[in-house]
Design a protein around this ligand. Structure first.
Ligand SMILES: Cc1ncc(COP(=O)(O)O)c(C=O)c1O
Length: 364
């Protein structure tokens, strides 16, 4: 499927490499263009790169009323050769289709998704921010556009990709552990629901929990299963902890946990990083006891935005708290972070196919 290009006039778009002044924040900026493809009559058609602009949508669109909407999040990095490389974008394309299936939305060929992402990055490559630790955040998303108030799967969709030049998550170095609130009040997902999908509605459902956590000085909630027995996710990240013997434990993927590409990658890289990573169900009570006894020495979250967010403390609604290890960023977290970022930025050779170079089509 050939992509059509309608580009902004040269005078209206970035014409030299982006060199941001001051630290770039995450997700605020956009580039000059976006990628779109439409679904109608059981077919995807009209793939195109067009200027970034509002997308007209009918007030009765099913995504607005019934939440048929999903997204992905990935990153591209500039390597020392000056070229831009996407990181494991094939995994995001696959997961988008898993989410689509859960939400009764159509799948979109993974090659087309990746082609769209690469075509867009190529056209907007001057937006890659030249700043230590910066990346180009890639946001593919799909939403229902059929104008219909009956509750049923939409017959029309748009798949879109936008880009956001973003700064380093840890501009002051990898130093900041977060706090998580342990509460039984909120649940992100229930078995049989949409927890394993990157469904927009899952994030709407987590906002109240996040606001509640802030009242206790925590940045997010440690999400538990609906029976409050097992640890599931650390806000919008997979949870992990490290046992005294150095084994990293990630809760087993169930239908209430998003299969994090960061977690999966760390599992695949465990030998190279020099760690053992296992997945199993993590009972909350045993976890708390082991943090108290010092049998758990580190904990945190894995996700694309930060790679790792170490947790220094878990707080409870009664004001009490437990500290993980010495409450600081631990050596295992540092070891994983440095290796992982090394692979992403091309400083350490990772497995074949993880990084895909954005070809220059000289359309810009
Ligand atoms: C609920 C949830 N869990 C886990 C993750 C981590 O997934 P990934 O490593 O693919 O970014 C995310 C997204 O970042 C998320 O939103």
């Amino acid at each position: 499927m050939d992509i059509a290009y309608t580009l902004k006039k040269a005078s209206e778009r970035r014409n030299e490499q982006f060199r941001p002044e001051g630290q770039l924040s995450f997700g605020q900026l956009r580039t000059d263009h976006m990628f779109l493809i439409d679904y109608e009559n059981s077919n995807w058609k009209n793939p195109r790169v067009v200027p970034y602009s509002n997308i007209p949508i009918a007030p009765g669109a099913i995504s607005i009323h019934y939440g048929q909407s999903l997204f992905e999040g990935a990153k591209a990095f500039m390597h020392d050769d000056g070229e831009i490389y996407t990181f494991r974008i094939d995994k995001n394309a696959k997961r988008l289709n898993v989410s689509a299936d859960i939400l009764c939305m159509p799948s979109l060929d993974e090659e087309i998704q990746m082609k769209g992402v690469h075509a867009l990055i190529d056209v907007d490559r001057l937006w890659f921010p030249l700043q230590e630790g910066a990346s180009l955040y890639i946001r593919p998303f799909m939403f229902a556009t059929e104008d219909s108030l009956g509750v049923h799967p939409s017959g029309k969709y748009i798949f879109c990709v936008i880009l956001s030049p973003s700064g380093a998550y840890y501009p002051a170095g990898f130093t900041k552990p977060i706090k998580l609130l342990i509460t039984k009040k909120f649940h992100r997902a229930v078995s049989g629901g949409t927890g394993a999908a990157k469904a927009s509605g899952n994030y709407a459902a987590s906002l109240k929990a996040g606001e509640f956590a802030k009242k206790f000085g925590a940045s997010q909630v440690l999400f538990l299963d609906s029976e409050n027995k097992y640890i599931e996710e650390a806000g919008a990240m997979n949870h992990f902890h490290v046992e005294k013997n150095g084994t990293v434990v990630i809760p087993e993927f169930t239908d209430t946990i998003l299969k994090s590409i960061t977690s999966e990658s760390i599992i695949e890289l465990q030998k190279e990083i020099g760690l053992k990573v296992v997945q199993k169900r993590v009972p909350l009570d045993a976890f708390i006891e082991s943090v108290k006894s010092g049998d758990i020495v580190e904990a945190g979250g894995f996700g694309t935005a930060a790679v790792i967010s170490p947790v220094g403390e878990y707080v409870f609604e009664d004001g009490s708290s437990i500290t993980v290890g010495d409450g600081k960023v631990g050596k295992f977290a540092k070891q994983i972070y440095e290796y992982y970022v090394g692979v992403q930025t091309g400083k350490i050779k990772g497995p074949n196919g993880w990084l895909k170079k954005v070809k220059r089509n000289n359309l810009g």
